[in-house]
Design a protein around this ligand. Structure first.
Ligand code: HH2
Length: 264
C-alpha cells in the first residue's frame, strides 16, 4: 500500500502532493513500482497534529480519489471521519483505512473493506504518556473486538492494524512488532505501517552512534527492515512511502529475481 498524503503537514511528505497533477503522478509512480493500493489521506495524524475539518479534508482528497478510481486503481481512504469516508467511497474508494477504528458501520453500509487501526488517545496528545499493562494483549483484544463487531454488522473484508506509533513508546512498538504472529493468528488480514516513523528515527540515530534521531529522509533502512520483518511474519500488507525499495526487499526474501529498469 503506497501512502499519498494530500496535506500540508504530514510528518514525512507534507506539502509535496497538494497539487492534483503532482499527487496523481506520484500515485502512478507508486503503482508502477508495485503498489496494489493507494492510501489517500487529507488529515495528518502525526503526534501533535491539529485536527482538520471534514469539509477541508474532503476538498483535499476527493479529486484525487475520483481520478485514481476512474483509472481502475484500488484506492483506500485514510480518514477518521464518517462524512469523508462516505464521500470518498462515493468517489470510488473501496477501502476505509480507519485510524479511529469507529467506521465499521460506514463500511458495512457501503459494502467496502475496512481497516481497524488501534490507537490510544488523540493525535494531539497520544505520545504524551502512553501506558499499557500488556500492550500485545490489549491491542489484540481491542482489534479482535472491533473486527468481530464489524463482521457481525456485515463488513466482509475486515483488516486489523496494531497502529505503530499511535499512542505507543518505542518499546511498545517493538513489542508489537515482535508479536505480529499473534495478530496474524487471528485469521484477520493484518496491515502494518512503520514507514519513516519517529521510533525508527530514534533507533537509527542510536545505531549510528549519534545522540539525535535520524531525520525523516534518513529512515529508509528502518522502514525496510520493519516492513520486511512484518511480511516475513505473515502480515498481508505494509503501508509505505518508499514502494519500490519495499517491493524489492520483499522479492529478495521471497527468493524472486529482481529486474532493474536498466536491465529490462
Ligand atoms: N499511519 C499513519 C497514517 N495512517 N494507517 C494505517 N492503517 N496504519 C498506520 O500505521 C498509519 C495509517 C501515519 O503516517 P503518515 O500518513 O505517513 O503521516 P501523517 O499522519 O503525518 O499524515
Amino acid at each position: 500500500m503506497g501512502v499519498l498524503n494530500i496535506t500540508p503537514d504530514s510528518f514525512s511528505d507534507g506539502g509535496q502532493f497538494t497539487d492534483l497533477a503532482t499527487a496523481l503522478a506520484h500515485a502512478h509512480q507508486m503503482v508502477a513500482d508495485g503498489a496494489h493500493w493507494i492510501d489517500v489521506g487529507g488529515e495528518s495524524t502525526r503526534p501533535g497534529a491539529t485536527p482538520v475539518a471534514p469539509v477541508e479534508e474532503q476538498r483535499r482528497v476527493l479529486p484525487v480519489v475520483e481520478a485514481l478510481a476512474a483509472e481502475g486503481i484500488a484506492v483506500s481512504i485514510d480518514t477518521r471521519h464518517a462524512s469523508v469516508a462516505r464521500a470518498a467511497v462515493a468517489a470510488g474508494a473501496t477501502m476505509i483505512n480507519d485510524v479511529g477504528a469507529s467506521l465499521g458501520p460506514v463500511a458495512a453500509e457501503h459494502g467496502v473493506a475496512w481497516v481497524a487501526v488501534h490507537s490510544q488517545g488523540e493525535p494531539a496528545s497520544m505520545q504524551d504518556a502512553p501506558r499499557y499493562q500488556d500492550v500485545v494483549a490489549e491491542v489484540l483484544d481491542y482489534l479482535v473486538g472491533r473486527a468481530e463487531a464489524a463482521r457481525a454488522a456485515g463488513v466482509v473484508d475486515v483488516w486489523i492494524d496494531p497502529g505503530v506509533g499511535f499512542g505507543k513508546t518505542t518499546a511498545h512498538n517493538l513489542t508489537l512488532l515482535a508479536h505480529l504472529d499473534r495478530f496474524v493468528a487471528t485469521g484477520h488480514p493484518v496491515l502494518v505501517g512503520t514507514s519513516r516513523k519517529g521510533f525508527l528515527g530514534g533507533l537509527l540515530g542510536v545505531s549510528d552512534g549519534r545522540d539525535v534521531a535520524a531525520p525523516v529522509a534518513d529512515r529508509l533502512e528502518g522502514s525496510l527492515a520493519t516492513a520486511t520483518w512484518a511480511m516475513a511474519n505473515g502480515v498481508a500488507m505494509v503501508r509505505v512511502h518508499d514502494v519500490r525499495p519495499t517491493v524489492e526487499a520483499a522479492l529478495v526474501i521471497a527468493g524472486q529475481i529482481i529486474t532493474t529498469d536498466a536491465a529490462a
